[in-house]
Each structure stands twice: as structure tokens, then as C-alpha cells.
Write a protein that binds this ligand. Structure first.
Ligand code: C2E
Ligand code: CA
Ligand code: CA
Ligand code: CA
Length: 275
């Protein structure tokens, strides 16, 4: 039994080593990905829930790895954050997305996800301002998406940064609301323009009473605080109907549009907006 125990420990160590080696390999490959043109940005439309016309688009980064194929941000953003690459990647995404969005109908807003690491840089607002100026992209068409993890470490500083972003004319939304440490306190304390309901709060509302009640109550909460509420991960018409009745303002999800290339979304928006 003793022997078996030792083998088990050895196996466990091996798998940790393998995971670590795999992570290091990806980190090395990621370093060359920007220069190697291996990163790309796709765009998912966001619709006004009443008119069902697209009013915005969310930029989502992708990595086309030479041997592993397409790697999603959930897998490589954490590596980029830990290994000091996120600022470069984040700025690249911001530039690329603003450039792409210049070609779209002017009433369509652009949302970009920002990492807490980028957000913590005291020069973030200056950097953002200079990216906008160099491209000529209007600040009022841009929206920054952040999560509660941006706020916990130093709430006072976080509020100051949010204010400085809004002073540029850029809107700020709280993403993934309804997961993690979501708290009503955050909504009151920070000056967000928008609230994005996490898809775990949306998924199941057509079948499960308590999920539905929680979702409806959260929409009511957002409205009570004068926030625009967007529901993410809407996968069925039935979910959209419930969200509409509950007073949600906008929706995003596979039921209406999947993330698509810059070229495809340009065509989609032109068709839908000028229809
Ligand atoms: P997120 O900001 O919550 O983005 C929404 C995610 O849900 C996207 O996954 C999108 O493809 C997916 N999604 C959209 N509609 C549906 C639906 O109807 N059903 C389901 N099941 N999923 C849906 P994606 O593109 O894999 O991105 C994952 C996360 O990675 C994002 O979550 C965001 O937190 C992060 N991320 C993406 N792009 C960037 C970026 O440029 N910078 C940073 N820092 N993070 C990013
Ligand atoms: Ca987001
Ligand atoms: Ca989200
Ligand atoms: Ca998320």
C-alpha cells in the first residue's frame, strides 16, 4: 500500500510537470503571435431588444496557433496576463477593433474587453486616448467591458480610472454580472453606464422558475440604478421573449448572431442597419 501511494504521488508530479511544460510552450508561442500575425479579432453583434436592430458589436480576440489550431481567449488571456504580454495584446486588439469599426455604420458602437492588468496601469486612460486620436475613432462609439475582478483590489483607484475613461467620452460596462462576487454594492459605488448579465443568469430562464426570477430581479435592479442592461448568451427565442418582458434593453447570443470576421460583420451591419 505504501508503494502504491508513492507511485500515485509520482504520477501526480508528472502530470503537474506536463501541464507546466504545456503552459510554457504556449507562452513561448504566444510571444511571437502578434508579430507573426497569428492573432485575430472576431465580432459579435448586440441587438436592441425592441427593434432587433444591431446597435453594437463586441470584439473577441482569437489565436490561430500554427499546430494546435484555433485557441480561445479563455485559454490564452490568463497566460498573457501572468507572463506580461497582456498590455501589448490588449493595445493591439483595441487598435485593430477601432480600425475595423471605422468602416461600419456610425450608429453601431464597439465594445472591447479590457484585462484588469491593463486597467491597473495608471496610464491606461492616456493610452486609450492616444489610440482613439491616432485612428480618429470617436470616443462616444467605444465601450470598455470590465468585470468585478477589476474593482476588488483597490476600489477607490478603480473608481478614479472609471471616471477618467468616462471623461474621454468612452462608456464603461460591468461584464459577467451574476457570477463570482457580484454585489449590489459595486453597482452603486461605481459609475457604470451598462450592466451585462452573465449567460449563466440567462441560460435556463425559459425552463427554470428560480433562474427566471433571479434574472428578472437583476434586470429590475439594473433599471432601478438607471443602467442599460444587456443579456449575454441568448440561445433561444423563448429566452428573448422573457428578457424583453422583463425590461432588458439589449441582447447578444448565438440565437441571433455568432461572432464573425471583420469583413462578415461589416456586411451584416450594413444590411441590418440600413434595411
Ligand atoms: P465575455 O466577455 O463574457 O464574452 C462572451 C463570450 O461568450 C464569448 O466567448 C462569446 O463567443 C460567447 N458567447 C456569445 N454568445 C453566446 C451564446 O449564445 N452561447 C454561448 N454558450 N456562448 C456565447 P469567447 O470569445 O471565447 O471569449 C471568452 C472570454 O474571453 C470573454 O468572455 C472575455 O472575458 C475574454 N476575452 C475575449 N476577448 C478578449 C480581449 O480582447 N481581451 C481580454 N482581456 N479578454 C477577452
Ligand atoms: Ca465581454
Ligand atoms: Ca460576459
Ligand atoms: Ca466571461
Amino acid at each position: 500500500a505504501k508503494n502504491l501511494g508513492r507511485n500515485r504521488v509520482a504520477l501526480y508530479d508528472l502530470s503537474i510537470d506536463a501541464a507546466r511544460a504545456e503552459r510554457m510552450r504556449l507562452a513561448d508561442d504566444l510571444r511571437g503571435a502578434i508579430e507573426g500575425n497569428a492573432l485575430d479579432v472576431v465580432y459579435q453583434p448586440i441587438f436592441d431588444i425592441t427593434t432587433m436592430r444591431p446597435t453594437g458589436v463586441e470584439a473577441l480576440v482569437r489565436w490561430l496557433h500554427p499546430t494546435d489550431g484555433l485557441i480561445g481567449p479563455d485559454r490564452f488571456i490568463p497566460i498573457a496576463e501572468e507572463d506580461g504580454m497582456i498590455e501589448e495584446i490588449g493595445e493591439w486588439v483595441m487598435r485593430r477593433a477601432c480600425q475595423d469599426a471605422m468602416d461600419w455604420p456610425a450608429e453601431v458602437k464597439l465594445s472591447v474587453n479590457v484585462s484588469p492588468v491593463q486597467f491597473r496601469n495608471p496610464r491606461f486612460d492616456t493610452l486609450l486616448g492616444s489610440v482613439l486620436a491616432s485612428i480618429g475613432f470617436p470616443a462616444k462609439r467605444l465601450e470598455i467591458e470590465m468585470t468585478e475582478t477589476h474593482l476588488v483590489a483597490d476600489p477607490e483607484r478603480a473608481q478614479a480610472i472609471i471616471e477618467s475613461i468616462r471623461a474621454l467620452g468612452v462608456a464603461v460596462s460591468l461584464d459577467d454580472f451574476g457570477t463570482g462576487y457580484s454585489s449590489i454594492g459595486y453597482l452603486r459605488r461605481f459609475s457604470f453606464d451598462k450592466l451585462k448579465l452573465d449567460r449563466s443568469l440567462v441560460h435556463g430562464i425559459a425552463h427554470d422558475r428560480s433562474t427566471r426570477s433571479l434574472c428578472e430581479a437583476t434586470i429590475g435592479l439594473g433599471r432601478a440604478l438607471c443602467l442599460q442592461v444587456t443579456a449575454e448568451g441568448v440561445e433561444t427565442e423563448a429566452e428573448a421573449t422573457i428578457l424583453r418582458a422583463a425590461g432588458c434593453h439589449a441582447l447578444q447570443g448565438y440565437a441571433y448572431a455568432r461572432p464573425m470576421t471583420a469583413e462578415a460583420v461589416g456586411g451584416f451591419l450594413t444590411m441590418m442597419v440600413t434595411r
